[in-house]
Design a protein around this ligand. Structure first.
Ligand code: TYD
Ligand code: MG
Length: 453
């Protein structure tokens, strides 16, 4: 370690600092969260993160439109907010084997034709990458390849070669000689990401950092990395299905929660341009406990089948389990169903599944979840062409959701002829051939469902 650099310890939960290592962070009292880090005494460490221009008036600052670099993968551009941004740093996280390296190699292969790129691999040998390139049919693309894990070497390469777009695969394998801790430790990951980000801001290179997800589903050194970079994207969906979703969790240059949808084929990832019906793999039989929700992920409506199974419980504590939806919210909805709908589940196990490995984060799925639960309890299938959306409040009211018109339109486009939605989302004119039922309370919704037979 260099003589003039001091280390201290930083909590990766709250960012608090101590001068010596302790088992417990003295600031937030979390255990085992302190990691070694370089002392931040030298001001030059922060040079370049933002221009130092003194006080300016906001009205006098000329906001430039950021220039976008299209990656040739429209679905990837969509989650990025329109493409890569000069000097922007993107963190792409996901489970091992989900397709991070594949996606980035495809993007670089497209970009290599028009601008200078660099692929830094700390995980795979050049042979392995060449093999993947051949499999993707892009082996002719002129992509400079660097197999390197020393940060200093990567930086000097970036300075000399001046690529416009560079991929670091992965940030956990990179280490700096200035710190003693092992590659992949929080201190190393944070220091390397910070230094690379500074370099990106100074030179204008678009940087894409690949990050591994730990067993708990978060990036190693998660909080610290998310603060450093401009954009955080995660791969989601299960590796068992051939569909891969990329969600934007943070984006300084675009909308969050935007979703990119891909299919993994034998020739790499292919964008799915019109995914709204992707998760509607229903069989033609009418089965109880299945309900279609019109969800809205990012700027796009998405129709997803929600399945519920309600079964009498064998244990003193009935189980509430949900896949793709929030389990706490499910418990809350069941309480509302009991209190305001008079339907009790305290002696029943309740299982909920959003089909296709998609994760629905918005409350607009509430009404569909309850509709599926009620259908399973009564053992009565819902009409095949019924779609549902709406938020359920604790007082049993059905609350409006945003972009109601778009949801209605999308459901109508896909051939749904009955739509149950919040009253406040009722359109002035229903789409032709569609019966739209607006409800204000859970009681009204249950009456409507009863009337369906
Ligand atoms: P990879 O990009 O190596 O994953 P990561 O970098 O996120 O760890 O993806 C590897 C998986 O993708 C592997 O299981 C094989 C599969 N795959 C295909 O199905 N088709 C392809 O054309 C390629 C290149 C990979
Ligand atoms: Mg990889």
């Amino acid at each position: 370690m260099a003589k003039d650099t001091k280390t201290h310890y930083v909590c990766n939960e709250c960012g608090g600092q101590t001068s010596k290592w302790q088992g417990q962070c003295p600031h937030c009292l979390a255990w085992n969260t302190l990691g070694e880090s370089l002392a931040e005494a030298k001001p030059r460490r922060f040079a370049g993160l933002a221009d130092n221009t003194g006080v300016q008036r906001l009205t006098e600052v000329q906001a430039r439109e950021v220039e976008r670099i299209a990656t040739g993968l429209p679905e990837y551009d969509r989650v990025l907010g329109g493409g890569l941004v000069e000097g922007g740093v993107v963190l792409l996280g996901g489970d091992p084997g989900i397709g991070k390296s594949t996606l980035l190699l495809q993007a670089l292969a497209h970009l290599a034709g028009s601008l200078k790129t660099l692929y830094v691999s700390g995980e795979e040998s050049a042979d392995q990458i060449a093999l993947r390139a051949r499999r993707l049919g892009v082996e002719k693309a002129d992509i400079p390849l660097l197999t390197e894990i020393r940060l200093e070497a990567i930086l000097s390469h970036l300075r000399d070669e001046r690529p416009r777009v560079a991929v670091i695969d992965s940030i956990q394998t990179i280490y700096t000689e200035q710190l003693q801790s092992a590659p992949g430790s929080v201190a190393q990951v944070r220091e390397c990401a910070q230094t690379l980000t500074r370099q990106a801001k100074q030179t204008g290179v678009c940087l894409i950092l690949v990050g591994h997800v730990t067993k708990e589903g978060t990036l190693a050194g998660p909080r610290v990395l998310e603060h450093i970079v401009d954009t955080v994207l995660y791969f989601e969906g299960d590796t068992g299905s051939s569909f891969r979703l990329i969600r934007a969790f943070k984006n300084r240059f675009g909308a969050v929660n935007e979703l990119g949808v891909f299919a993994m084929t034998d020739k790499g990832l292919k964008g799915v341009a019109n995914p709204s019906a992707l998760f509607l793999t229903r069989d033609e039989r009418d089965v109880p406990g299945s309900c279609v929700v019109v969800a809205q992920e990012g700027t796009r409506p998405l129709l997803v089948e929600i399945q519920a199974l309600v079964d009498s419980t064998q244990t003193p504590n009935p189980r509430r389990l949900s896949v793709g939806l929030d389990t706490n919210r499910l418990a809350m909805l069941l309480a509302v169903l009991h209190r305001h709908g008079g339907i009790a589940c305290y002696d029943q196990d309740v299982f909920i599944n959003a089909v296709g490995g998609v994760r629905i984060t918005e409350p607009a799925a509430d009404l569909a979840v309850l509709t599926a639960v009620v259908s399973s309890i009564r053992d009565k299938p819902l009409p095949h062409k019924l779609a549902v959306f709406g938020e359920v409040g604790l007082a049993g009211e059905i609350r409006p959701v945003q972009r109601g018109q778009e949801r209605l339109k999308e459901a109508a486009k896909l051939g749904f002829n009955r739509i149950l939605c919040p009253r406040a989302n009722l359109p002035r004119q229903s789409p032709p051939g569609v019966e739209v039922k607006g409800v204000g309370t859970l009681g009204e919704a249950l009456d409507y469902l009863r009337g369906l037979g």
